[in-house]
Design a protein around this ligand. Structure first.
Ligand SMILES: [Zn+2]
Length: 64
């Protein structure tokens, strides 16, 4: 394997990692429950209330 091939592999791996990071989450990172649509159009975990972006449902309700 040449250095050029190795560099190509590294570039591809980095690209895949970026695609993973930009994809919206589909499951709760805390418990793995698939996210459900919430009343405000976002997603939430019905088990623990986790939301993409790190906010919990309780945070939003606290302002009401
Ligand atoms: Zn959860």
């Amino acid at each position: 394997m040449s250095w050029e091939q190795l560099a190509d592999i590294l570039r591809e791996a980095r690209q895949l990692a970026q695609e993973d990071a930009s994809a919206p989450p589909t499951a709760c990172p805390d418990d793995g429950i698939p996210l459900e649509a919430s009343h405000d159009g976002g997603l939430h975990c019905r088990f623990c209330g986790w939301r993409p972006g790190g906010r919990y449902i309780g945070d939003a309700l606290g302002g009401l």
